[in-house]
Ligand binder design. Structure first.
Ligand code: SF4
Length: 395
């Protein structure tokens, strides 16, 4: 049985195709990692060093710690690191990390709030103790007061502070607390603590047994879904900007490739030429359609005003046809239901009702029909590939 982790499950939820590239195909890409991830790992490693030294009674000074962080940054930084937000430089991120460490240091020195049990501890959680659902993860820091209270600390360098709901929904630390409960059965209290370093803020919660049981059920459901997946569709989102597979993903690769091009090469690219022409034609067509509608309205007005039904043009005649149609209430309207009842009661329903193939096709696409019925309908249903082009402004 495959080993899962919080981030592996999260990757599948965010984008199944990214999951496939990363965990099934194990594709190597030219993008190593984002600057945000790099900065996060440099800050984590600096705090790891701080607590490792503390185990030998050595309290690093802030200067020592920052010097270590800056040296470590310099040694590990390379040009493959992706900077998405071009308005910020690598130096801006380095300084942000420095500030995170400084604030943390000032807030918690001399770091004697609890005793550190482990740093970067690998957690292996066997949900039903039968090796079917195995999860692994790493706890940034596990601490205890020695009296049955444990704290699971996690450092975050994200630029946003989560809402209360998001904190309560977070599964990572809660999963770790299940593992800690198993490792230390005498644990009376296990707190989950996130340090949002860019906000110098600590968020602390505790999960009860029911919440942890529900979490297990949720995780198992998700693992089952991943294990039974047959398709891995690409799911576009804001996260694509930070995705290491953008250079090969069908949703992003042309955008990624053309972004790197000089203006001349960009304009000569076949895709760029086609889409630019398509956008021009679409704009022209819209202009023509709008004008057509406006002239049509004026012709009707002219016909009414002049009381004429045939209007001469250069080489053409416009014949104005006026007829009557009956408009019925839309489906879903209360009036529509009443009307349908009257028709049913009159015994003529069969004469006027027919299968709503559009609704049926939608239900099939959404997987709302049972498999037996789908099998019976299959010989009558032809699968067509539908394609449409949607234009949107570039960000
Ligand atoms: S670029 Fe976006 S859609 Fe493509 S694999 Fe990455 S996250 Fe998924």
């Amino acid at each position: 049985m495959a080993l899962f982790s919080h981030s592996k499950i999260g990757t599948f939820t965010d984008c199944p195709l990214r999951y496939k590239y990363r965990y099934i195909d194990k594709v190597e890409t030219e993008i190593e990692r984002s600057i945000e991830a790099f900065m996060g790992s440099m800050v984590h490693e600096a705090l790891e060093k701080l607590y490792k030294d503390l185990r030998f009674m050595k309290v690093d000074t802030l200067k020592e710690l920052l010097d270590w962080y800056n040296n470590h940054w310099e040694k590990n930084y390379d040009d493959k690191i992706l900077i998405v937000r071009k308005e910020f430089s690598a130096e801006d991120f380095r300084k942000t990390g420095e500030k995170c460490i400084t604030d943390y240091y000032e807030k918690y020195k001399p770091f004697d709030q609890m005793k550190t049990v482990s740093i970067e501890q690998r957690i292996l959680l066997d949900i039903f103790d039968d090796k079917r659902y195995m999860l692994q993860g790493y706890i940034d820091r596990l601490a205890t007061d020695g009296n049955g209270t444990f704290e699971i600390h996690d450092y975050k360098t994200a630029g946003t502070l989560p809402s209360d709901d998001k904190v309560n929904e977070d599964r990572q630390l809660a999963l770790y607390s299940i593992a800690i409960k198993k490792m230390y059965p005498y644990a009376k209290k296990i707190y989950l603590i996130w340090h949002y370093l860019r906000f110098n803020q600590e968020i602390k919660i505790e999960k009860n047994d029911d919440e942890l049981e529900n979490l297990k059920i949720e995780i198992v459901k998700q693992i089952d879904e991943i294990n039974s997946a047959k398709e891995y569709p690409a799911k576009e989102s804001i996260l694509c900007d930070w995705c290491e597979f953008a250079p090969i993903c069908p949703k992003k690769k042309h955008l990624f490739r053309t972004e790197q091009m000089e203006p001349e090469r960009f304009s000569a690219d076949d895709g760029v030429k086609l889409v630019t022409r398509y956008a021009e034609l679409t704009a022209e067509k819209k202009e023509i359609d709008d004008e057509l509608k406006s002239v049509e309205k004026k012709i009707y007005a002219f016909s009414e005003q002049e009381k004429v039904e045939n209007i001469a043009g250069k080489g053409v005649v416009a014949r104005i046809w006026t007829g009557k149609t009956f408009r019925m209430p839309n489906s879903g309207d209360e009036e529509r239901d009443k009307m349908e009842n009257i028709i049913r009661e009159s015994g003529i329903w069969e004469d006027f009702s027919r299968l709503d193939t559009f609704a049926l096709s939608k239900a099939m696409q959404a997987g709302k029909l049972n498999s037996d019925l789908i099998k019976k309908l299959a010989p009558f249903v032809q699968k067509d590939i539908v394609r449409r082009i949607y234009l949107k402004e570039k960000d």
